[in-house]
Design a protein around this ligand. Structure first.
Ligand code: DGT
Ligand code: CA
Ligand code: CA
Ligand code: ZN
Length: 584
């Protein structure tokens, strides 16, 4: 595993480059360059250090130390993200190559007009980089290696970016005169955690008009294939998009086919053969006569195969066909089943919005209850103190029931909680007496990611055994595409959760989606309960919950498995865990 120091050093070097490219203060750029070198060469692993320890690294002051902690916690630094967003789209596309920083990327963009990875690969082969200052043979090798890396990662994008683009495309095409149906299929419809490309389907009276409107969308940067039935484009938003225009009377078959997954489709085609039928994107046909049977809706297609309609989030060939045949498909949890969010932040720690705004936004979502869980004092903020926490509790009690209309007091009920830090030995921020005052405690790992497997396992199990810890937050701490999950014996952790009445979080932030679908499937077999939470640090993040619910569905979870679909009284009984006195 790469040392966190190297990741941080690379990030600060990039930040320094971004500052100079965007015309920022040259002095500031140098400060980050120096910090990058110091962190890279420092003897101790930064992920084991707190704010104080970090500031002992030469050239690292408080604000740099805070950025390091932000990176370790979130896998990103908002100041860096802001600058990244400011550079031209062409340069940004080039910096998707892991070995190409923004400085060299902007030289390529400005000197040679190279604005995509493909153009860069062509230029390399044509040896057009040779004459550029600062681009020796070693740089060429590096870039080639980076392009390979990028290709092997498949250039997949996160669920939120894919959803935003798909919704924009579908909205635009739905406006086209004569459009009868338009939707997205593929991995996005299955809510996979990352998406390779978008697959849009449309049906309408004027296919050519749909195709034309598609190629004229403002974010389309290149048309790769232009045809009557299928057009493929690249976009400036990091994703390619396929549009297929299909006849209305084969809509169901097309939607079923292009939703996939491939593995699921292979199984459905086998079912068809079994019934002496042939299934394709054009419909379901009788093998002998070639006569078209049905294909207007997915329901009809599945019904003819002897199956109930299978929700897209289950279509991965993980037993859904067998379960469907037995009539044993799970009744999947839906976003509308969620009664409240149990992991959220305010500006008392690292959130952006004050308590009032977060609560008002949550009430606007129609929640029956809502938990405020700012960070405990052991995280670098240490702006947190007992007094501040208790003052927040008073404010929370004051707002309890004041917003919305779902709760018993006529309004949304508030729970005062905390996100504790699971320390290196599994200990948490406060002693039992203080923890007893919270309505619920989330506990998460935010440091020391690289301990050995046994230590990490023991650490998580010990957190579960704490009678005040109700939910393990983002249990593996992975950041998709950036940080691998903790190397712990997850089955041992899942067993401990089930035994102690500790829920596992399904963190809905699209960078995390932690637990992931496959781990949820395993945990479920241990009898664990789950909490689908936004971990919102701003009002807009509350809406990320949909991605968490999608992930829960991909883990086959029902409403009963998810504690924040339960009525408040049942939830409160669960939250009392094995504490003294037991359930009241
Ligand atoms: P992605 O784009 O990598 O995130 O994943 P998908 O699942 O969206 O895959 P994609 O875009 O290659 O194809 C969309 C769907 O079309 C796929 O889920 C199933 C169907 N499909 C595509 N090619 C084949 C194929 O060769 N055989 C079968 N059975 N289905 C296919
Ligand atoms: Ca796709
Ligand atoms: Ca595709
Ligand atoms: Zn957290």
């Amino acid at each position: 595993m790469a040392r966190s120091n190297d990741e941080v050093a690379a990030l600060f070097q990039e930040y320094a480059d971004l500052i100079s490219i965007t015309g920022g203060d040259a002095y500031r750029a140098r400060v980050y360059e120096k910090a990058a070198r110091s962190v890279g060469g420092y003897h101790a692993d930064v992920s084991t250090l707190g704010l104080k320890g970090l500031q002992e690294i030469p050239n690292v002051g408080r604000s740099i130390a805070e950025k390091i902690l932000e990176y370790l916690r979130d896998g990103r630094v908002s100041a860096v993200e802001e600058l990244r967003a400011k550079i031209p789209a062409g340069v940004r596309r080039l910096t998707a190559i892991p070995t190409l920083g923004p400085k060299k990327a902007s030289v390529l963009y400005e000197e040679l007009g190279i604005a995509s990875v493909e153009e860069l690969a062509d230029a390399l082969h044509a040896e057009r980089l040779r004459d550029l200052k600062g681009f020796g043979p070693k740089t060429e090798q590096n870039i080639l290696h980076g392009i390979e890396l990028l290709k092997s990662s498949g250039g997949r994008v996160l669920l939120d970016a894919a959803t935003d683009l798909a919704e924009d495309v579908v909205a635009a095409l739905s406006q086209v005169a004569g459009c009868r149906r338009c939707t997205y299929a593929g991995s996005l419809r299955r809510l996979r955690e990352t998406v390779g490309d978008l697959d849009i389907l449309a049906a309408g009276a004027h296919p050519a008009a749909l195709m034309r409107a598609f190629t004229e969308l403002p974010y389309v940067s290149e048309i790769v294939v232009r045809g009557e039935k299928k057009t493929s484009v690249r976009t400036t938003r990091g994703l390619s998009v396929d549009l297929r225009v299909v006849p209305l009377d084969s809509w169901g078959a097309a939607l079923q086919y292009f939703t996939g997954s491939k593995a699921h489709n292979i199984r459905t085609r086998e079912r068809a053969v079994h019934h002496k039928l042939k299934l394709s994107e054009y419909g379901l046909f009788a093998t002998e006569t070639g006569e078209k049977i049905v294909s207007e809706t997915e329901e009809e297609v599945y019904a003819r195969l002897g199956l109930p309609w299978i929700p897209p989030t289950l279509r991965e060939d993980r037993g859904e066909i067998e379960a469907g045949l037995r009539g044993a498909l799970p009744d999947l949890v839906q976003e509308s089943d969620i009664r409240g969010d149990l992991h959220t932040h305010t500006d008392l720690t690292d959130g952006l919005a004050p308590l009032e705004e977060m609560v008002a936004a949550a009430a606007g979502r129609g929640y029956a209850y809502y938990a405020v869980t700012d960070h405990g004092p052991n995280l670098y903020m240490q702006r947190m103190t007992d007094e501040r926490m208790l003052a927040q509790r008073t404010a929370v009690r004051h707002l309890d029931g004041a917003h919305g209309k779902a709760g018993r007091r006529g309004g949304m009920r508030l729970l005062h909680g905390v996100e504790l830090n699971i320390g290196p030995d599994g200990e948490v921020d406060w002693p039992a007496e203080f923890l007893a005052g919270f309505d619920l405690c989330v506990a998460s790992v935010h440091s020391h990611f690289n301990q050995g497997r046994e230590t990490l396992t023991r650490r998580l199990v010990r957190a579960c055994e704490n009678p005040y810890v109700n939910i393990i937050g983002h249990p593996t701490t992975r950041i998709i595409g950036k940080r691998p999950g903790l190397d712990a014996d997850l089955d041992a952790v899942f067993a401990a959760c089930a035994r102690t009445g500790t829920a596992l979080e399904i963190n809905a932030h699209p960078d995390r989606l932690d637990l992931r679908d496959e781990d949820i499937l395993r945990a479920r077999r241990h009898g664990v309960r789950f909490a689908v939470d936004s971990d919102a640090h701003a009002t807009l993040h509350l809406a990320n919950l949909r991605y968490g619910v999608g992930t829960a569905q991909r883990g086959w979870l029902t409403k009963d498995d998810v504690i924040n679909t339960w009525p408040l009284a049942r939830l409160r009984r669960f939250l009392r865990k094995g504490r003294e006195g037991g359930p009241r």
